[in-house]
Write a protein that binds this ligand. Structure first.
Ligand SMILES: [Zn+2]
Ligand SMILES: [Zn+2]
Length: 391
């Protein structure tokens, strides 16, 4: 089959690889009808996340049709079922899955020892991601083997196009969780740093959850106009002072709720001294992440406010203003999304027409064009916000 494979920094190729087959009774094989490139795939493309190996198949936003089911998954899946596959692999049985903490499932990381060494405890297995999270082949391919398939799937009805359902795999529940973690109250201002696909979903989620005012921060005109179309007030950080504008819009008090939809690779104007330092530290392996936006959020947030982190960080952060966060009494909430905790509700909202996440798609092309799309998405050319690939 054809699959998009990682071969090192900035090197993704569309390779011919062996078809996946059932390896365990709980497996299923899915024929992929649509998959997408995620912002976190770019972290791998940039080789920012350790423990990738040449030939690893990319992709964790996938949907399709079940074509084969192992004996241990037959009670919940059958060939012909239409499914969206969450990016997190979940056993459905461990103590964490039982509590709905799916992204920290205790059983699905098949390289748990590696995860444990770096994080203290292993986290869930993820598709198409680093070997720290199991090194499972991803879904930017014609077929996907789904481990723990009886638990790791979202059944979706016929009659709704892929484009409206595909993002249940990641960016919709991820953006939703970012907003839910804010415990939004009717008089809240929610400020969102980063208007990529997850930021866009968070903006719409915060509005749906009843925020008084949503402020979106980015520097790309196409992303800012998409945010404005949803009803957000926008700040272009290259041309305006984020702190000054946020204070202006909140009577000098700052937003009560701040969402980090950026993560490790925050882009800021190079005139910011902390950015130059972050880049130098990152290049010399003295720090893993560039947290300029997170620092800015801690300064901007109203005392006793909430910082909700959904952007992916990789390891150690330098110059974290902990004293400011502590004295202001900020609450930090963060996680890789617990996808299935939200998907029943979100699927219902899609069916009822409350949410149509397909608005974010700017490119819808053949899988073989994947390598070119990675470069386009990396360079933000052709107003690229979200790429969907059709195997
Ligand atoms: Zn993703
Ligand atoms: Zn589990």
């Amino acid at each position: 089959m054809k699959a998009l494979c990682w071969h090192g920094a900035n090197d993704i190729r569309c390779d011919e690889v062996p078809d996946p087959r059932i390896e365990h009774p709980r497996d299923a094989i899915v024929k992929v009808t649509s998959c997408a490139i995620c912002g976190s795939d770019l972290h791998l493309f940039h080789n920012m996340i350790p423990a990738m190996l040449p030939g690893d198949i990319m992709g964790h936003e996938t949907m399709g049709e079940v074509v084969e089911v192992g004996a241990g998954a037959k009670h919940s899946l059958k060939p012909g079922d239409r499914v969206v596959i969450p990016f997190t692999i979940t056993c459905g049985e461990c103590a964490q899955c039982q509590r709905g903490n799916y992204s920290v499932c205790e059983r699905t990381n098949r390289k748990a020892a590696l995860g444990e060494k770096l994080f203290g405890h292993p986290t869930a297995g993820l598709f198409g991601y680093t070997h720290l999270t199991g090194g499972y082949p991803g879904g930017q391919a014609e077929y996907l083997r789904v481990p723990f398939a009886d638990s790791t799937h979202i059944k979706v009805p016929e009659g709704i196009p892929d484009e409206k359902l595909l993002f249940l795999s990641d960016i919709l529940p991820t953006g939703w969780q970012a907003a839910v973690q804010c415990d939004i109250e009717p008089d809240d201002t929610v400020a969102i740093w980063g208007c990529g696909p997850v930021g866009q979903m968070a903006i719409r989620s915060a509005i749906l959850l009843g925020a008084h005012q949503v402020i979106a921060i980015d520097c790309l005109p196409e992303r800012l106009s998409m945010a404005a179309a949803a009803g957000a007030i926008t700040i272009d950080f290259l041309h305006e002072s984020v702190i000054e504008r946020l204070n202006e819009l909140t009577g000098g008090k700052g937003p009560q709720k701040c969402i980090d939809a950026i993560g490790t690779e925050s882009h800021v104007s190079l005139s910011q001294p902390d950015t130059i330092l972050d880049r130098a530290k990152q290049m010399t392996l003295m720090a893993n992440d560039r947290p300029h936006a997170l620092r800015e959020m801690i300064y901007a947030c109203r005392p006793a406010g909430v910082i909700s982190v959904i952007g992916v960080y990789t390891g150690l952060i330098d110059k974290m203003p902990m004293g400011i966060a502590m004295n202001k009494g900020l609450t930090f909430r963060m996680a890789q999304a617990h996808v299935q905790r939200w998907t029943d509700d979100l699927l219902r909202r899609i069916e009822e027409g409350q949410i149509d996440p397909s608005f974010v798609i700017t490119h819808n092309v053949d899988l073989a064009q994947g390598p070119e799309m990675y470069r386009l998405f990396r360079d933000k050319q052709d107003s690229c916000i979200k790429v969907v690939l059709k195997p």
